[in-house]
Design a protein. Structure first.
Length: 256
């Protein structure tokens, strides 16, 4: 079973790229972030023709998430139960016996801002809910655009970017707290190239200079950890004309 996450930074702009990528990489599940469209604008027919069932949770102008799967998803939940939020950030469902949670974590803007405080509250709400989900669904994958780096290895300039957004101790605490629930960073379960990133700014030739961050993550539960056979960042779509600033991350599981 192959699962992937991709912040497409506008599905309106990037739909042909997503369809091309799926044709070349027929994963079983793909979660998308930053659709930047309402549900009535979602290209359901295009994904159906590509062989995917789709669940979407859109929002005008920004945010918005979707879950595409080769087999129809069940028990679909949108956003974090018990956490009041008017942002379309989370979609979860059961696919082939695996609980898949796709999330677009808040950016946070800058430490000390109102948006940063919202991010902290959102992360706690997510953690409280995921703790409950793990009890009900031992086979669980939490993936998406986390907007947080785990540590300095995930940052092209850890000294210059220390304590800036995505790299603060407060944000990283919440990532460690998710790990403490019994989740594992799938990417680091396997040997990986140095300076591996999933996001590069559009400015200052950041991608050709590989000045990026790894902020798109796939966490797997304890039950799935021994089944992880591969996890890669596919940088090819970042080379497209008018690309997203994020690259897909792909997980492969050897399910019995």
């Amino acid at each position: 079973m192959k699962l992937a996450t991709w912040n497409v930074n506008s599905l309106t702009v990037r739909l042909p790229q997503v369809l091309d990528w799926l044709a070349a990489n027929p994963v079983d599940v793909l979660v998308l972030q930053e659709l930047k469209m309402t549900d009535d604008k979602f290209p359901l027919d295009a994904f159906t023709q590509a062989g995917y069932a789709a669940e979407c949770f859109g929002q005008k102008t920004y945010n918005g998430v979707a879950l595409l799967s080769r087999t129809p998803a069940t028990e679909v939940v949108k956003n974090i139960p018990g956490f009041s939020d008017d942002m379309a950030r989370v979609i979860s469902a059961n696919v082939n016996g695996v609980r898949v949670i796709g999330g677009y974590f808040p950016n946070g803007q800058e430490p000390g801002s109102d948006k940063f405080e919202y991010k902290m509250a959102w992360l706690k709400g997510l953690r409280d809910w995921v703790r409950e989900e793990l009890v009900k669904h031992p086979k669980l994958v939490l993936m998406g655009d986390y907007n947080i780096t785990f540590d300095d290895i995930d940052v092209w300039d850890p000294v210059g970017l220390k304590d800036t957004i995505h790299c603060t101790e407060e944000e990283r605490y919440h990532l460690r707290a998710l790990i403490a629930l019994g989740l594992h960073d799938a990417y680091r379960l396997l040997p990986q190239p140095e300076k591996s990133y999933s996001w590069w700014d559009y400015r200052n030739f950041a991608f050709p200079r590989n000045r990026g961050m790894r902020i798109d993550h796939i966490l797997v539960s304890e039950a799935l950890k021994p089944l992880v056979t591969d996890c890669v960042i596919d940088k090819a779509p970042r080379k497209n004309e008018r690309p997203s600033d994020h690259a897909p991350v792909v997980l492969e599981l050897s399910l019995p």
